[in-house]
Design a protein. Structure first.
Length: 331
């Protein structure tokens, strides 16, 4: 990392009253949940309309960190998040040489609902990293930011695949495979409708449920991962080649795979069926499972019908994300 220095050559640190700001956004997994931690690929998209802003302020008083989290209607993870963010802050101070003696007040204000598979904790962590970098006038590379976010993510979720940590800062859709991320080629255009079921997902429970199923049935892990990898690769090429109907079909197939593994719920299944009935090209659960959100692919002219049916089936809120490349996200 690059340290800002004073004229005398010592690192420049901040004193009482100094403020730094950082931002990040939500993400959604298009396809590849769960299998990605077993080495299969996953496709993910940024959700730029759901943002998180963090501010870090130096105040008078003994060293330490205090947190305030606002914005999202549901913040039951404040203690858990604070533990991960404290570790992140300690790592930031250690690797950058920033002065950790002043007291820090960290405020995280976000619109990303917690526990819905939209990357809330990773977005908070990324925003805090950049708030600290702004406060202490440090430059952090994308890989350094990723490592710091993963510090918090691994405390919050156990072993984290890294998909969230990468995508909450991405400019466009990503292919994620074995720890490496690259931009996706986008050849077909449509709308992704994300519908919140109103039920907090249970990622850790879903991970354990899947692991237990693998342990009970010989070859189950290999069959699941192989099927997931095939569907994800087919979806990737359909996305690149401009075949939205095939892309949608692969999304629905992936939902069926997760449902067969016990990772869906009756409420989630009802939302998937509603999106398909209304003319959606495909739909699936997105994120860890056992609650959370549904993601549906639709043509623009059918989006209104899809959204209406999703609300009728129990969705509590929806967001519409255009499926497009990184250059268009930046517009």
């Amino acid at each position: 990392m690059t340290l800002s220095t004073s004229a005398e050559g010592a690192p420049t640190d901040r004193r009482a009253g100094s403020v730094g700001t950082g931002r990040a956004h939500a993400k959604a997994v298009l396809i590849g949940e769960h299998a990605v931690v077993y080495g299969a690929p996953a496709l993910a998209v940024p959700v730029p309309q759901l943002t998180v802003t963090a501010t870090a302020r130096v105040t008078d008083g003994p060293g330490g960190v205090s947190f305030t989290m606002t914005g999202s209607p549901s913040r039951p993870m404040v203690t858990q998040a604070s533990d991960g963010l404290r570790r992140l802050i300690a790592e930031f101070m250690a690797t950058t040489g920033a002065d950790d003696s002043p007291h820090l007040e960290v405020t995280v204000d976000g619109a990303v609902p917690h526990g819905r598979g939209l990357g809330s904790s990773a977005a908070c962590a990324r925003a805090v990293v950049h708030a600290l970098a702004d406060l202490y006038d440090r430059e952090v590379t994308e890989n350094e930011t990723f490592d710091l976010v993963q510090t918090a993510e691994n405390m919050a979720h156990g072993r984290s695949s890294g998909v969230d940590a990468r995508t909450v800062g991405a400019a466009g859709p990503l292919l994620f495979h074995k720890g490496e991320a690259q931009e996706l080629s986008i050849g077909c255009y449509g709308l992704l409708v994300i519908a919140d079921s109103g039920v907090v997902g249970r990622t850790k429970d879903a991970v354990e449920l899947l692991r237990e199923g693998f342990a009970r049935h010989a070859g189950a892990q290999e069959r699941f991962v192989d099927r997931a990898a095939r569907l994800t690769e087919e979806a990737r090429y359909a996305l690149a080649d401009g075949r939205p109907e095939e892309l949608g079909a692969r999304l629905t197939d992936y939902h069926d795979l997760l449902r067969a593994a016990g990772l869906s719920t009756n409420g989630i299944d009802a939302l998937v069926e509603a999106a398909l009935t209304a003319g959606g090209l495909g739909a699936k659960i997105t994120g860890g499972g056992l609650g959370g959100c549904v993601l549906a692919l639709t043509r623009a002219e059918r989006a209104g019908d899809v959204i209406q049916e999703l609300y009728a089936a129990g969705a509590v809120q929806t967001w519409v994300v255009p499926l497009r490349g990184p250059d268009e996200y930046a517009r």
